[in-house]
Design a protein around this ligand. Structure first.
Ligand code: F0G
Length: 398
């Protein structure tokens, strides 16, 4: 595992997945025979993460702890694209994963690895989805899960998931960034705890399969733009890695521009991009209705800035109002119910239209299902008329 900062190889797996020499992040790099189109994109295996086993860091005899994650639909936009004059707009709907978010892609790989290593107790800090996913995969693998969440800042549906799957939930006064620091400190001190946040490079390996999948779903084409929400910045790094690999293995011959979207009041990466900085200044009080990406100190900022700059993409912000409007548009015009964070790419489309060529292929990644994040939707069933028994329905509808 080479370090992304100093390049030194970590010979063993450090408990916090940080470089023992300089403290930067570690990355997994494929060794051995490079996959080719036929070995990577096997036609017989079911669509999903493990279809791409040849691109994952395991030997042949791996037994995945899997819920058949990945293989999510790439839906062509029915009307939002046309209204904006974007004729090749697709929505990669990650909310259709087993626990309702893209986290499942990384979790199947990282839990499989943890189990191989003999880990017993898996731990993460979370804004909600990671905890739900970790809980489910730990249950599946017969492992214990501990999740630390910022008190009062996680959508109730996600905590319900972590609870039913039997995770030990600890709430913490403070924000996600503080919760993650707490977890990092704990894994350094106690080797019995295995870290499952996206600093764990096995998570990134699973999440990168979205790139392979989109490539296949577009009939062997790389999109011009991939647009996604950015919080702790693991996913944008992962998807970029997937596209880089396809190109370096000569399976594809181009790369997409990566567009990282943040909420206006939780935007350390967008700020660094806009100010042309090569470092990210943490935001102490990140705020947004999109609780999944309420993150002020993104741990994978360096990888994310590289993905954005090396790809010729950009990072931008959208306001909470634009996020909720975009979620409404997805629900009303496309039939897709996504969580607030996942609507940020749609909210950013107007900005993308200014720079994209009209025939560009744009893929927006909707990262999580709306069913778990209902607090931000104002639903008042009291407003729906109540029919008395025996009342004439046709007259009520008139
Ligand atoms: N979208 C959703 C629905 C998320 O849950 C997250 C992150 C992101 C986007 C951002 O992804 O962190 O890789 O940049 N959720 C994490 C969690 C932090 O704990 O569930 P990222």
């Amino acid at each position: 595992m080479p370090c992304i900062g100093c390049g030194r190889e970590a010979k063993t797996e450090p408990p916090d997945f940080r470089c023992p020499s300089c403290g930067d992040l570690l990355e997994l790099v494929a060794t051995g025979r490079k996959p080719d189109r036929r070995s990577l994109l096997r036609q017989k295996a079911a669509f999903g993460v493990w279809r791409y086993a040849k691109g994952l860091p395991f030997g042949r005899d791996v037994e995945p702890i899997s819920l058949q994650e990945g293989g999510t639909p790439l839906v062509k936009s029915a009307s939002i694209g046309k209204e904006l004059g974007l004729h090749e707009l697709y929505i990669k709907n990650e909310g259709q994963n087993p626990t309702g978010s893209f986290k499942d892609r990384g979790m199947t790989v990282a839990v499989t690895r943890a189990s191989q290593r003999g880990a017993k107790t898996l731990i993460c800090a979370s804004t909600g989805n990671t905890s739900a996913s970790l809980a489910a995969y730990s249950a599946r693998g017969g492992l214990k899960a501990v999740v630390i969440v910022p008190s009062g800042k996680v959508a109730a549906g996600k905590l319900v998931q972590a609870t039913v799957h039997g995770a030990r939930i600890l709430r913490m006064k403070g924000n996600f960034d503080e919760a993650l620091e707490l977890v990092m400190g704990a894994v350094r001190k106690n080797p019995a705890l295995y870290l499952m946040n996206s600093i764990n490079p096995y998570r990134i390996e699973g999440q990168k399969t979205l790139a392979y999948e989109v490539f296949e779903q577009l009939g062997g084409r790389v999109p011009d733009y991939v647009v996604l929400p950015v919080g702790n910045a693991g996913n944008i790094s992962a998807i970029w890695k997937g596209f880089l690999e396809l190109k370096s293995w000569r399976i594809s011959d181009s790369l997409p521009r990566m567009v990282g979207v943040q909420a206006a009041q939780a935007a350390p990466i967008a700020e660094a991009y806009e100010k042309g900085r090569d470092y990210v200044k943490p935001w102490g009080d990140a705020k947004t209705v999109a609780s999944a990406i309420r993150i002020g100190k993104p741990v994978s900022w360096k990888k994310a800035l590289r993905a954005i700059r090396d790809s010729g993409g950009f990072s931008t912000t959208v306001t909470d109002r634009e996020i909720l409007e975009a979620r409404g548009q997805l629900a009303l015009k496309e039939g897709l119910f996504v969580e607030a964070a996942s609507a940020t790419p749609i909210a950013a489309l107007k900005r993308i239209r200014r720079v994209a060529k009209p025939r560009s292929t744009i893929v927006c990644v909707t990262t999580g299902n709306g069913l778990k994040d209902q607090e931000s939707v104002k639903v008042d069933l009291g407003e729906a008329p109540e029919l008395a028994g025996g009342q004439d329905l046709l007259r009520a509808l008139a």
